[in-house]
Ligand binder design. Structure first.
Ligand code: HEC
Ligand code: HEC
Ligand code: HEC
Ligand code: HEC
Length: 313
């Protein structure tokens, strides 16, 4: 029957129309949700980047002005290669641009936790004056240092790889850092104490650079291991002289860390020995004594004290 047929046809037409409409409806929803998702991800990412920026970390909070000033004195703010490390690149464990999905979630949790604490302390106004800042600084510093140590300096290693030191004039740096890479734990700040922030402070060497006993212990080690190449009076031989003009030209205005690195790294190798940190510091004390630097009551006992520079030549 034609009439019935046409009714059937229009019914199935309506059904098809309806299902087309509902498909369109679902499709628009999905599209809408995807779009919303993209906007949310973009906003989150923008918020993550903005809240990790130097502008936000360094200036948004009044309480951060002193640490920011100290960051401006560090080699990570201005340096010979013109690459700046931002607050976030040292302080926040994952770079949002390269994080895997799980790392990104961890990053969001990390930021939520830190952000909440920062806002809380800033709102409480717990650090308003320089004195309050000085009082809080050691604790804040320790917290971050132990975070870095627990995570094996993950943020530093994002830019500096222990395996990648090299080049013709970098033998010492290579020996020192590759030696560390073999240990399962190391502490960059043990040798690079004020690498993030440099505060004005009186030189720790005002009362002498080492003790007399140290220099005596150092002399003994030098005579046994070094004098065959550098001379019994440091006058030079196979190796360069380690006193007088030669010393002043080579090491004037140089960090103690550089000389210590030579002794602990390549010179220990040349002597066929390995020195403990204290032994290598004793040898350094002896070299300082022979070059006219004053002894005192405070022994040179920690690589953290090697950031002082020698007087200019
Ligand atoms: C090159 C890496 C690096 C950069 C860049 C950096 N920091 Fe630090 N920051 C450190 C290290 C390492 C410490 C812990 C040792 C110390 O006190 O210097 C630290 C410590 C701190 C502390 C604890 C107080 C203190 O002085 O020890 C605060 C707060 C801080 N940083 C905030 C910032 C802010 C804000 C910025 C950017 C304006 C920034 N940092 C940039 C590495 C960095
Ligand atoms: C964003 C990348 C970046 C991060 C993160 C970073 N650094 Fe650096 N670092 C640099 C650059 C760039 C220089 C300057 C290199 C130069 O002058 O040749 C530098 C220089 C240094 C120097 C030599 C300083 C000097 O006196 O000349 C040391 C030591 C150092 N970084 C250690 C660290 C440690 C420790 C950390 C972690 C707390 C760290 N860096 C984090 C990029 C970075
Ligand atoms: C046992 C001590 C020691 C430790 C620990 C140490 N370093 Fe060094 N580092 C040195 C010495 C020594 C030098 C050479 C100093 C110089 O001549 O300026 C140096 C130099 C550097 C330089 C500068 C290289 C250049 O040519 O300017 C960088 C960057 C650096 N270290 C990064 C690191 C990082 C990152 C860590 C931790 C993963 C680390 N160091 C741990 C001893 C150490
Ligand atoms: C086998 C010979 C030899 C022995 C042993 C040796 N040195 Fe050296 N030393 C050299 C030579 C050669 C140089 C020049 C730089 C180089 O070749 O690495 C040098 C460089 C140095 C430097 C850097 C001087 C500069 O002008 O850069 C110091 C510091 C130093 N030696 C101290 C020591 C001490 C301390 C010992 C003992 C622990 C020692 N050396 C053992 C041969 C030696």
């Amino acid at each position: 029957m034609p009439r019935d047929n046409s009714v059937g046809a229009s019914r199935s037409e309506t059904r098809r129309n309806r299902s087309r409409r509902s498909t369109l409806w679902i499709f628009s929803w999905v599209l809408g949700l995807v779009f919303l998702g993209i906007v949310l991800v973009a906003l989150t990412n923008h918020a993550v980047n903005w809240s990790s920026s130097d502008k936000y970390c360094g200036t948004a909070c009044h309480s951060m002005m002193w640490v920011t000033a100290a960051y401006h004195q560090s080699p990570h703010y201005v340096n010979r290669v013109g690459v700046r490390a931002s607050c976030g690149e040292c302080h926040i464990p994952y770079d949002s641009g390269h994080a895997t999905a799980t790392e990104y979630v961890k990053l969001l949790l990390f930021k939520a936790d830190r952000g909440a604490k920062d806002v809380w302390y800033e709102a409480k106004g717990s650090i308003r004056t320089k004195e309050e800042w000085e009082k809080r600084r050691p604790a804040l510093s320790n917290t971050f240092e132990s975070y870095l140590t627990q995570h094996n300096y993950v943020t530093c290693r994002g830019c500096h790889s222990l395996q990648s030191f090299g080049g013709s004039r970098s033998h010492m740096k290579l020996v020192i850092h590759q030696g560390l890479a073999k240990a399962d734990a190391y502490d960059c700040l043990q040798c690079h104490a004020d690498i993030g922030h440099v505060y004005e402070q009186p030189s720790s060497k005002a009362d002498g650079w080492y003790t007399g006993e140290q220099a005596v212990a150092g002399k003994k080690l030098f005579d046994d291991s070094c004098s065959k190449c550098h001379g019994a009076k440091l006058e030079g031989g196979v190796g360069p002289a380690l006193n007088g003009v030669a010393w002043a030209q080579r090491f004037g205005d140089t960090k103690l860390l550089t000389i210590w690195g030579e002794i602990k790294g390549p010179m220990a190798e040349y002597s066929g020995r390995s020195f403990t940190t204290q032994q290598s510091l004793d040898i350094l004390a002896y070299l300082l004594q022979q070059n006219g630097l004053a002894a005192g009551n405070h022994p040179l006992a920690d690589t953290r004290e090697l950031s002082d520079t020698l007087p200019e030549k």
